[in-house]
Structures are given as C-alpha cells and as structure tokens.
Design a protein around this ligand. Structure first.
Ligand code: PLP
Ligand code: COI
Length: 343
C-alpha cells in the first residue's frame, strides 16, 4: 500500500482526493446495496430536488490512527442518529443507523492509506451527505435519495490550531430562524451563514458568534461550532433550539462531569460574557478551541480572555478528548469503535 505524498503535519482543514467514496441509493421504497466509486462526481438530474429546493443534509465525523496503530472512529452512532433527525427535518428518507455505520466502516477501510499517522496530529474526516435526487419542479419531497460518504485527511480547523482565536458578535446576522432548522445539519443553514462568516473574516476574526434569533439576548451558535464558557468549576453551554446539538459538546460535558465539574445547559445572557474565566467553541472540526477575545462589532465592546494560551480547563478537556480519540486515554464511555482491517 503506497503512502500518499502528503505533508501530514501541515494539512489544512480542506479537501484532498482520497481513493474511494461509497454511495447508497433509496429507490422504490428501499435502500440498495452499498456501492464503491472512485469518481469525485455524481450524476444528477437537472431538476433534482437537492439542486432546487435544498433537500440536502450532511454529517462530519473523524477516524484517528493511534500510536498503537489502531484506527478509531469516534461516536458514529451519534452521527447516525443526528443524520436521521436531519433527514426527517427536511422530509427526506432517513437512513437506518446500521447502514450508516456499515458505510462508515467501509469508506474508512477503503481509504486506509489516507488515515494520517499519529505523530501528525491530523485525522481522517468522514463526510456523509444525503441528497434528494428525484426531478421536482413543484415544491414537494423527492421519492429517491442518495447517501454519499467521502473522506479527506484534515489538520486543524483554525489555522492557528489549539491557540486562542478572536471572534466577533453582531446582531445583524441570523444563521437560522427561531423555529427553523438550526438544530439539524442541513446545507441550507451553512449557505445562510456564509455572509456572516465572510464579514467576520473580512474584519480579521475567525468566526461570528450569533445571538439567539428571537430575542437577541442569549449566546447561540459560534460559527460552525457550539459555544461554551468556564466559570470556576462549572462548564456552561447554551440550551437553545437554534443550535446544532454537538456531539463534541455532549462529550465535553461528560468529561467535565468526570472531572468533578458542574455542568449547566441553559440560556446564557450576553452580559454574562464578562463573567467567564475561559470561553471556547467546540465541534468535530474545531475539537475545542479557546477564544481569546470577543468583539461586539455593533457597539465596539470587547470581552477579553487570554489571547496567549488556552486556559487550564480547556487544555485539560482537549487533552482528555484527544487522548480518548487516539487511544492514549482509557475510553471509559465506549465512544470509539476500532476498525478491523481485513488483512
Ligand atoms: N454547530 C454547527 C453549526 C456545526 O456545523 C457543528 C459541526 O458539526 C457543530 C455545532 C459541532 O457538532 P459536532 O461536535 O457534532 O461536530
Ligand atoms: C464539523 O465540525 O464536522 C463541521 O461540520 C463543521 C464545518 C466544517 C461545517
């Protein structure tokens, strides 16, 4: 097996062509066999519902190569369940958990040579997506669907890696509507966030921190990640209908409890930003990344944290989570599945 000529230690969070992707179609009321493809393209009808009416959802999860040589996939059952919720949220056919997991195992095995070496600190990002493929001009759900899983080796989501980032906050942008699709992972939410993200980048910030779209009073989603704050011995994160229930956040809450911390999931008023010892954002891509400064660009107010290095709690949580993912810390909650390669 030839190793790809990649600079493993300096991979960005981006797309690299791997060897294969896997696909499965839903047709005539049932899911078909898993198909393997080496093409980066999908044949689509020009009137496919995904192209016109946004019937598209996706997931993001990772496989890690440990120092013991084993490859672990993190909490794929959780991604499978969220994939079902996303499908149901936009009237698509949900894929059964077992089939989702089978596709993940298959795509990881088929692309073994693209799983980064342990020392690089990189991982294999797995991107499942579902699209409605039936031709539709009237606005109605597709009858046929395709699930595709592709993989790409990735480095850190934020250029600086595990270093404090600067984020901005503005009331001029909403990612989603109050009773909308914020709690599911559909492409449309990300399209709706692009202008805000671009605005943040243009001003020199990593991402936009949103306030809740209804009252503009509480902290909500943080770019494409969840927000958390540390106050003394307490881990606080927003309870909100408009954020995506992050699997990373769920894991960090458990790790925080394991460390004897209190965990609060509740509304976080904007003013409380000045009371946190540490703040950060978390997600599969972001892991947990410290935030060093939050600028409210509507009124010039700044909330300052440590811009030099990650705080002690964020560091502890980060090390624990990464340790479990790479197999250097005991996986006491059985979060990882070790992939068995057929030799
Ligand atoms: N929020 C948004 C909008 C996201 O895109 C993601 C990434 O998946 C997350 C939160 C974090 O979720 P997870 O930890 O499950 O990756
Ligand atoms: C993830 O963390 O998996 C995400 O989906 C974030 C972003 C790359 C969309």
């Amino acid at each position: 097996m030839e190793t790809p000529n990649l600079d493993w230690g300096n991979l960005p969070f981006g797309y690299v062509k791997a060897d294969y992707n896997v696909r499965c179609t839903y047709k005539d009321g049932k899911w078909g066999e898993i198909e393997v493809s080496d093409s980066e393209y999908v044949p689509l009808h020009i009137a496919a519902s995904c192209l016109h009416y946004g019937q598209e959802s996706f997931e993001g999860l990772k496989a890690f190569r440990g120092p013991d040589g084993k490859v672990r996939v993190f909490r794929m059952d959780e991604n499978a369940k969220r994939f079902i919720r996303s499908a149901e949220g936009i009237s698509m056919q949900p894929m059964p958990v077992e089939l989702f997991e089978e596709m993940v195992r298959k795509v990881v095995k088929l692309n073994e040579r693209f799983i980064p070496p342990y020392e690089s600190g990189a991982s294999l990002y797995i991107r499942p997506l579902e699209i409605g493929t039936s031709p539709k001009i009237g606005v109605s759900p597709s009858e046929e669907y395709m699930v595709i899983m592709l993989v790409t080796p990735v480095g850190p989501y934020f250029k600086a890696g595990f270093r404090p980032t600067k984020v901005c906050l503005s009331r001029d942008y909403d990612r989603v509507a109050p009773k909308g699709t914020g709690s599911i992972k559909i492409g449309g939410n990300y399209a709706a966030s692009l202008n805000a993200g671009q605005k943040a980048h243009d001003l020199g910030y990593a991402v936009m921190l949103y306030l809740d779209p209804k009252e503009k009073a509480y902290l909500d989603e943080c770019g494409a990640a969840n927000f958390y704050g540390i106050k003394g011995n307490t881990y606080v994160t927003p309870a909100s209908e408009t954020i995506l229930p992050s699997i990373t956040n769920k894991s960090l809450r458990q790790l925080a409890r394991d460390m004897g911390m209190e965990v609060e999931e509740r509304h976080i008023p904007y003013e409380e930003l000045s009371e946190f010892d540490e703040v950060g954002n978390c997600g599969t891509a972001a892991v947990c990344t410290p935030i060093g400064q939050i600028d409210d660009i509507d009124n010039g107010r700044t909330f300052s944290f440590d811009m030099n290095e990650a705080g002690p709690v964020t560091t502890k949580l980060y090390n624990k989570l990464r340790g479990i993912q790479y197999g250097t810390e005991p996986d006491t909650h059985n979060w990882c599945e070790v992939i068995e390669f057929d030799r």
